[in-house]
Design a protein around this ligand. Structure first.
Ligand code: SAH
Ligand code: DHB
Ligand code: MG
Length: 227
C-alpha cells in the first residue's frame, strides 16, 4: 500500500536529518527533556532548526529575539549561530516550559548568551528597550497564533532597517486560504498577512512546507527601513 502523505514526509525528514544534520547531544537531550516533562511536541524539526541557525548566521546577527521558547530547542539552534558577543532574548509565558528551557540551555552551555523572560508576550514585548538588545537583528515569532498581528507590530517597533522577522506555522494545513475558517489561529495568520501587506517598507514571502510536523509553513519579512 502506498504510504500516507504524512508518513512519507516524516520518512523524508528523517532521511534529510540523518544525512545533513550533524548529530548533537545537547539538542537531542533538549528534546528528550521536553518529552519527559510532557511539553507539547511542537519544537521546530531538526532541518527547520538548521534553517533558523543558517538565517541567524547569514545576517551576522548579534541580537536575536524569540517569542515562544517551549523547551529552548529553537533557542539553542539560533543562539549557537550568534556572532561573537551576541545575545538572544526569549519570551515564554509558561513557568514549566521556562524551567525545562533553562535546564536545556545550561546543558547546552549557552545559558550565558541567552536571557529567558517569563510572562505573556503581549505584556513583556512593550517593555523591551535597547537594554534588552533592541533593535534586534533577527526576530523569531513562534508563540500563540491569534495575536500574531500584534506580535508583528511589536516586532517592527523593535526592528531596524535590515531586521529579519521569521514567523512559524503560517499555513496551518492549508486552512490559511479559507476566509471563513473559525479557527482562531488561522484568523490570527490572516490578520498578520493583512498587516504585513499594509506595512510600507517591508518585503515578505510565505513558504509552504511539509515534513515531520505535517503541512505548514513560515514567513520571512525583511524590514527595509523603520516604520
Ligand atoms: N520555539 C519553540 C516552540 C515554541 S511552542 C521551538 O521551536 O523549539 C510555543 C510556546 O509559546 C509554548 O511554550 C507556549 O507556552 C508559549 N506561549 C504561548 N502563548 C504565549 C504568550 N502569550 N506569551 C509567551 N509565550 C507564549
Ligand atoms: C503549534 C504551535 C507551534 O509553534 C508549532 O510549531 C506547531 C503547532 C500549535 O499551537 O498547534
Ligand atoms: Mg512553531
Amino acid at each position: 500500500m502506498a504510504k500516507t502523505r504524512t508518513t512519507l514526509w516524516t520518512d523524508v525528514d528523517r532521511y534529510l536529518t540523518d544525512t545533513l544534520i550533524r548529530p548533537d547531544a545537547a539538542l537531542d537531550a533538549a528534546i528528550a527533556a521536553a518529552e519527559a516533562a510532557d511539553l507539547p511536541p511542537i519544537s521546530v524539526s531538526p532541518p527547520q532548526g538548521q534553517l533558523l541557525h543558517l538565517l541567524v548566521k547569514l545576517v551576522n546577527a548579534k541580537s536575536v529575539l524569540e517569542i515562544g521558547t517551549l523547551g529552548a530547542y529553537s533557542t539553542i539552534w539560533m543562539a549557537r549561530a550568534l556572532a561573537p558577543g551576541g545575545r538572544l532574548l526569549t519570551l515564554e509565558a509558561d513557568p514549566t516550559h521556562a524551567d525545562v528551557a533553562r535546564s536545556n540551555l545550561e546543558r547546552a552551555g549557552i545559558a550565558d548568551r541567552v536571557t529567558l523572560r517569563l510572562g505573556r508576550a503581549l505584556e513583556t514585548l512593550p517593555t523591551l528597550s535597547p537594554a534588552d538588545g533592541a533593535p534586534f537583528d533577527v526576530i523569531f515569532i513562534d508563540a500563540d497564533k491569534p495575536p500574531l498581528a500584534d506580535y508583528f507590530v511589536e516586532a517592527l517597533r523593535l526592528s531596524r532597517a535590515g531586521t529579519l522577522i521569521i514567523i512559524d506555522n503560517v499555513i496551518r494545513d492549508g486552512a490559511v486560504a479559507d476566509p471563513s475558517s473559525r479557527d482562531a489561529s488561522v484568523q490570527g495568520v490572516r490578520r498578520l498577512n493583512d498587516r504585513i501587506a499594509a506595512t510600507p517598507n517591508v518585503e515578505a514571502t510565505s513558504i509552504q512546507t511539509v515534513g515531520a510536523k505535517g503541512y505548514d509553513g513560515f514567513t520571512l519579512v525583511r524590514v527595509e527601513e523603520n516604520v
